[in-house]
Design a binder for this molecule. Structure first.
Ligand code: CAA
Ligand code: FAD
Length: 379
C-alpha cells in the first residue's frame, strides 16, 4: 500500500495552495458579503489549466489524475468554497461528462473552450419538484425531427448566470420514465433561454445560483449526448465523479477551519496561558485532526479507484457523506475555539461554517449518499 503523493501531485498541490493564498484570500470576505462572483480568479484558474484538469491535452485539458483534482479542490476550499464549486462543476460534471460520453464534434465545439477555461459550464438536473427524486423530470424535450423543443424550469443551477454551456436533462418520452430522459447541450444565446433571479444563500455566496427557464428552446439533435434516452444514466455516471469533487471541497473547508483553529489556540491566552494548553481545546483539535485525516483517506481512495479504472460509486458516496459531516462538525468546533471572535467575519471560521452546510445538500444529500451506499453493500 502506498500513501505517498508523487512529485507531480505535490507540485500541483503547492500551486493550488499558493493560488489560494495569493489570489483567493484577499477579498474573500467581501465576495462572500456582497455575493460577488470570483470572475478574475476563475479566469486565472483557467490559465493555470485547472478548469479542465482531468481532460486530455488533446481537448485542451491538463491530463491530470483524480487524486490531483482532489488535492486542488481541498486547497482552494480551505480558503474559498465559492470559487471551488465553480471549478468542481466545470471539471467533474461538465468536462468529464463531455469527454467520456460526448462525440468528437461535441468535444471540439464545447469541450475545448470549457477545458481551456475560455467559458464556464453548468450542469442542470435539479428542478423545483425534482431534487433528490431526480427521475421525476418535468422539463420536456419534445422530439421535432432534427431538433428538440425544450420547455421547463431548472432550479439551483451553479454558475447559472456566468456559464455559457449548459448540460440540461429533460424528458422526451414520459412512457419510458427515466429511460426517456435526454442530456442536451444548450448554449446561453439560444432563443427562449432565460436566467432567473440569483439565490440569496447562507453560504458559498460568491458562486451564482439561479433558476433557468426554457421556453420553446430549439436544441439541435446534434447536441444530444449519447443515444436517445441515455440522459439519466449520463447524469448518474457523471455525479459519481462529481461527488469526489464535493467530498474534497468539504474536506478543504474542514481543513481550513482546523488550521485557523490550531493557530488561534496557540496565540490566544486565557487564564494566563494559551488555549492550546487547555485539555478541553487539545481534545477538540485531536478530534478535528483525526476526522480530517479519515475524510482525506476516503477522498483519495475514491479518486485512486477512479484513476485506476475501478468502480468508485460507493467510495465516492462514502467520501462525500463522511467529509461533509466532518466539515459541519469541524467548522462548528472551530467557531467554538475562536469564542466570540469566531462569530464575526474577520476570523473566517463563521464563513467556513456557513459554507460547510451545502456539502451535505448538493450533488446528492447525505440521505441520498446513504441510499447509494446501502444499495451497494446490499447488492
Ligand atoms: N451510473 C449509471 N447509471 C446509474 C447509476 C450510476 N451510478 N445509478 C443509477 N443508475 C441508473 C440505474 O441503473 C437505473 O437505470 P435502469 O433502470 O435502466 O437500470 C436508473 O439510473 C435509475 O436508477 P434507480 O432505480 O436507482 O433510481 P431511483 O429513482 O431509485 O434513485 C438516486 C436514484 C440515487 C436517488 C438518484 O435519483 C440520485 O442520485 N438523486 C440525487 C440527485 C443528485 O445528486 N443531484 C445533484 C444535482 S447536481 C448538483 O447538485 C451540483 C452541485 O453540487 C454544484
Ligand atoms: P429534496 O429532494 O426535496 O429533499 C428534502 C429533504 O428530504 C432532504 O433532507 C433529503 O435528503 C430528504 N429526502 C428526499 N428523498 C429522500 C429519500 N428517498 N430518503 C431519505 N430522505 C430523503 N442542482 C443541479 O442540478 N445543478 C447544480 O449546479 C446545483 N447546484 C446547487 C447549488 C446550491 C447552492 C444548492 C442549494 C443546490 C444545488 N443544486 C444543483 C440542487 C441540489 O442538488 C438539490 O438541492 C439536492 O439534490 C436536494 O434536492 P431538493 O433541494 O429538491 O431537496
Amino acid at each position: 500500500m502506498q500513501f505517498n503523493l508523487t512529485e507531480e501531485q505535490l507540485m500541483i498541490r503547492q500551486a493550488a495552495r499558493d493560488f489560494a493564498q495569493t489570489e483567493l484570500k484577499p477579498g474573500v470576505i467581501e465576495r462572500d458579503e456582497h455575493q460577488k462572483f470570483p470572475a478574475g480568479q476563475i479566469k486565472k484558474l483557467g490559465e493555470l489549466g485547472f478548469m479542465g484538469m482531468m481532460v486530455s491535452p488533446q481537448y485542451g485539458g491538463s491530463g491530470m489524475d483524480a487524486v490531483s483534482y482532489s488535492l486542488v479542490m481541498e486547497e482552494l476550499s480551505k480558503i474559498d468554497a465559492s470559487t471551488s464549486v465553480v471549478l468542481s462543476v466545470n471539471n467533474s460534471l461538465v468536462c468529464y461528462g463531455l469527454e467520456r460520453f460526448g462525440n468528437e464534434e461535441q468535444k471540439q465545439k464545447y469541450l475545448v473552450p470549457l477545458a481551456t477555461g475560455q467559458v464556464i459550464g453548468a450542469f442542470c438536473l435539479s428542478e423545483p419538484e425534482a431534487g433528490s427524486d431526480a427521475t421525476s423530470q418535468r422539463t420536456t424535450a419534445t422530439d421535432m425531427g432534427d431538433y428538440y423543443l425544450l420547455n421547463g424550469i431548472k432550479n439551483w443551477i451553479t454558475s447559472g448566470s456566468t456559464a455559457s454551456t449548459f448540460i440540461v436533462m429533460a424528458q422526451t418520452d414520459a412512457s419510458q420514465k427515466h429511460r426517456g430522459i435526454n442530456a442536451l447541450i444548450v448554449e446561453k444565446d439560444m432563443d427562449g433561454f432565460e436566467v432567473g433571479a440569483k439565490e440569496n444563500k447562507m453560504g458559498i455566496r460568491g458562486s451564482d445560483t439561479h433558476s433557468l427557464m426554457f421556453n420553446d428552446v430549439r436544441v439541435p439533435k446534434a447536441n444530444r449526448i449519447g443515444d436517445e434516452g441515455f440522459g439519466f444514466k449520463f447524469a448518474m455516471a457523471v455525479l459519481e465523479g462529481g461527488r469526489i469533487g464535493i467530498a474534497s471541497q468539504a474536506l478543504g473547508i474542514a481543513a481550513g477551519a482546523y488550521e485557523l483553529s490550531l493557530q488561534y489556540a496557540k496565540e490566544r491566552k486565557a487564564f494566563g496561558k494559551p488555549l492550546a494548553e487547555l485539555q478541553a481545546i487539545q481534545f477538540k483539535l485531536a478530534d478535528m485532526a483525526t476526522e480530517i485525516d479519515a475524510a482525506r483517506l476516503l477522498c483519495h481512495k475514491a479518486a485512486w479507484l477512479k484513476d485506476n479504472g475501478k468502480p468508485y460509486a460507493q467510495a465516492a458516496a462514502m467520501a462525500k457523506l463522511f467529509a461533509s459531516d466532518t466539515a459541519m462538525r469541524v467548522t462548528t468546533e472551530a467557531v467554538q475555539i475562536h469564542g466570540g471572535y469566531g462569530y464575526v467575519k474577520e476570523y473566517h471560521v463563521e464563513r467556513l461554517m456557513r459554507d460547510a452546510k451545502i456539502t451535505q445538500i448538493y450533488e446528492g444529500t447525505s440521505e441520498i449518499q446513504r441510499i447509494v451506499i446501502s444499495r451497494e453493500v446490499l447488492k
